[in-house]
Design a binder for this molecule. Structure first.
Ligand code: SF4
Length: 238
């Protein structure tokens, strides 16, 4: 029998990781919260079956670009079971990913909706939705090994787009665990459009597509698309 290709091997290892992640109960506060929000959903989601478990990353096992968010949204990923899926942030993100050619469709509604990512993997620092979108430092540390594991499996990744300061910090920590250090002596500081060389990876900063940012115009579709286009450009040059 022929040996599995590198792509198949990465896919197999990602599936193994996914099976582990969805069973995780390491953070008592987040386990309680992800289940509690499902008990009292807003009117628009009443009657829906919530996922209520950790939300794993998803994407192309041959990805060269990784997008890292903060954590699933209580009524988004925590409901649908897929990262950045089923809420306004996800709508905003996937419209831009589709415009740039990294996603096959502009919407991400639910697993099974036909969405596929090309050359891209989407993950988050924390896999369970936190109250007020704020994981504690301990919860971040609990979850970070999953991102480290993904980076190890996805060894072709050369560009990481961090959505927000929390993701920027988490990505830097995860890259350090993989053995990648910033080229500059000073720790790179998050900013929209900021680039930092970290080992063989370029870390790119982008404001998070939260409603707080998109409704106020702090992050526009054009701004997000410009960062993603830069990620594609950097990938082509790597
Ligand atoms: S946030 Fe991460 S470490 Fe904490 S319970 Fe969820 S999956 Fe586990």
């Amino acid at each position: 029998m022929a040996a599995p290709s590198a792509t198949e091997e990465r896919r197999r290892r990602l599936s193994e990781l996914l099976a582990t992640v969805v069973l995780c109960r390491r953070c008592p506060r987040l386990v309680a919260w992800r289940e509690e929000v499902a008990l009292d959903p807003p009117r628009r989601h009443r009657g829906e079956a919530y996922w209520r478990r950790p939300v794993p990353g998803m994407g192309d096992p041959d990805a060269r670009i990784m997008v890292v968010g903060l954590a699933p949204a209580a009524q988004g990923g925590n409901r649908t079971g897929r990262v950045f899926t089923g809420d306004r942030s996800g709508d905003f993100l996937f419209a831009a990913l589709h415009a740039i050619g990294l996603a096959t469709q502009a919407t991400s509604v639910a697993p099974g909706d036909g969405l596929r990512l090309s050359g891209l993997y989407v993950a988050a620092v924390n896999r369970c939705c936190p109250p007020d979108n704020r994981p504690t430092p301990e919860e971040r540390e609990n979850c970070l090994p999953y991102l480290v594991h993904e980076l190890r499996i996805l060894s072709r990744v050369r560009v990481v787009v961090a959505l927000g300061a929390f993701a920027w910090d988490g990505a830097l920590r995860a890259l350090a665990s993989v053995g990648y250090r910033p080229a500059e002596a000073r720790r790179p500081i998050f900013g929209h459009g900021t680039e930092a060389r970290v080992g063989p990876v370029t870390l790119l900063g982008c404001f998070h597509p939260s409603q707080q940012n998109t409704f106020t115009g702090k992050l526009t579709p054009a701004m997000l698309e410009a960062v993603l286009a830069r990620a594609v450009e950097l990938d082509g040059a790597a």
